[in-house]
Design a binder for this molecule. Structure first.
Ligand code: LLP
Length: 406
């Protein structure tokens, strides 16, 4: 269980010092997931590009960079953050379905490893960007392998009919075009089938299709160097990541010995187990049928329960009284969808008691907003048994209006 990384006494100290709501991360837990990946893929020597969208806070990204990892970015803003956090430009890849010409130029000027393009028109935009900068753009295509990852429909991306990637026949035409262009250099191919994928099977299927396609390309004189299998490996909420050995076996079975450099883009599996959202109980109330715990964190801080019906385990910190009963932990935002947990089995919380919502290190803070004009939460990194540091201060009311003019 994750609570071993987050001792109650330390959480209380942090809450007293920086207030709530606060995201608390564990350096040890973050590095543990990185180590688990490294071990599982040892024989394959892949390039791991941490998917920054999961959590792009500088201090966490810097931990991945220091381990020699690269970054998968999906916007100019993430590229800016990646460079600031210390990722080597030559280990940064740029994904996403709608990169602008400016973002592509920024990527080329920064000397990133490759761009994962997703449409003919984007390939042309990349070519224009490279021509303008008098360079050759390293191109990879995101291919839609038409594989069902069996996950939530909002995070399923590898089936035809999703907006992502290009089908194989279109990819073939685009690679042949790129091979002829003085401003494009085809270097890789990518797929990303979805997120919260718990089986290696769809990866094996997609990888097999990609490998066959790469052979066909090679027979036409286009030899790629990188095979990028995306991210998406699942994490059981409340636990560490599931064992990635089957994933390594599946990808190794297809790409091992081919001479291709395998690239992976894990996000959630690295960051989710490494963070929790710490809140305080404001009020207890009985609804008609339910017991509500009104906390000072809300859907603007952690939107996953509202958006995907995600079930993040929640626990009271410190002594608890009474019997465990199903309770909803809700926030102050004016929406019925504003809940952090539903029917969580909790004993009786006291007013002012701390409550932790686990598995919140990924897609928690990075998806947070200021909805209801709530300043964004603070972020803290636990660095040792009793040491921690503030890695992002709590936003202020001034921050809310800093970009506005009356
Ligand atoms: N690579 C690409 C191209 C992606 O689109 C994603 C995630 C990843 C890598 C990382 O996937 P991961 O290893 O984190 O599963 N907001 C949603 C998740 C959206 C995932 C989007 N793409 C959530 O909170 O569940």
């Amino acid at each position: 269980m994750l609570s071993k990384y987050f001792k109650a006494a330390l959480l209380r100290k942090i809450a007293d010092k920086v207030g709530t709501p606060t995201y608390v991360y564990s350096k040890a837990a973050f590095l543990k997931q990185i180590g688990t990946y490294e071990k599982a893929f040892k024989g394959l020597g892949p390039l791991f590009c941490y998917a920054m969208k999961a959590n792009s806070t500088g201090a966490l990204c810097a931990l991945a960079a220091a381990e020699g990892w690269g970054a998968d970015v999906v916007s100019g803003g993430e590229l800016y953050r990646a460079l600031r956090a210390g990722f080597e430009p030559g280990k940064i890849i740029f994904s996403g379905v709608g990169k602008t010409q400016e973002e592509l130029e920024y990527a080329l000027r920064s000397g990133i490893l490759f761009v994962n393009a997703e449409s003919r028109e984007e390939v042309l935009a990349l070519e224009r960007a490279a021509a303008k900068l008098k360079t050759r753009a390293p191109l990879s295509l995101r291919i839609n392998p038409d594989v069902d990852p069996h996950t939530h429909r909002f995070i399923s991306t590898g089936l035809l009919g999703s907006k992502f990637g290009v089908p194989f026949d279109e990819a073939l035409r685009l690679y042949m075009y790129a091979a002829e262009s003085p401003h494009l250099e085809p270097v890789g191919a990518q797929f990303h089938i979805g997120s919260q994928v718990f089986s290696a099977r769809p990866y094996a299927l997609a990888a097999g299709r990609l490998a066959a396609f790469m052979l066909k390309l090679a027979s036409r004189g286009v030899n790629l160097r990188y095979a990028d299998a995306g991210g998406g490996w699942g994490v059981k909420e409340g636990g560490e990541m599931q064992d990635p050995a089957p994933l390594a076996a599946a990808l190794g079975g297809v790409f091992g010995g081919t001479g291709l450099k395998l690239v992976l883009e894990p996000g959630r599996s690295v960051a989710a187990p490494a963070g929790l959202l710490l809140a305080r109980v404001l009020y207890r109330k009985k609804g008609g049928k339910k017991d509500f715990v009104v906390a000072d964190a809300a859907m603007n801080d952690l939107v996953r329960p509202a958006l995907y019906g995600a079930r993040h385990p929640a626990a009271l910190i410190g002594p608890a009284r009474g019997a465990a009963a199903p309770r909803d932990i809700v926030g102050p935002v004016c929406e019925s969808g504003d809940f952090l947990a539903q029917d969580a089995l909790l004993r009786e919380p006291a007013q002012g008691q701390l409550v932790a919502v686990y598995s919140a290190g990924a897609y928690g803070f990075s998806m947070s907003s200021q909805y209801n004009s709530r300043p964004r939460a603070a972020e803290v990194l636990i660095t040792g048994p009793s040491s921690w540091k503030l890695i992002r201060r709590r936003e202020t009311y001034e921050d809310l209006v800093a970009a506005e003019t009356l």
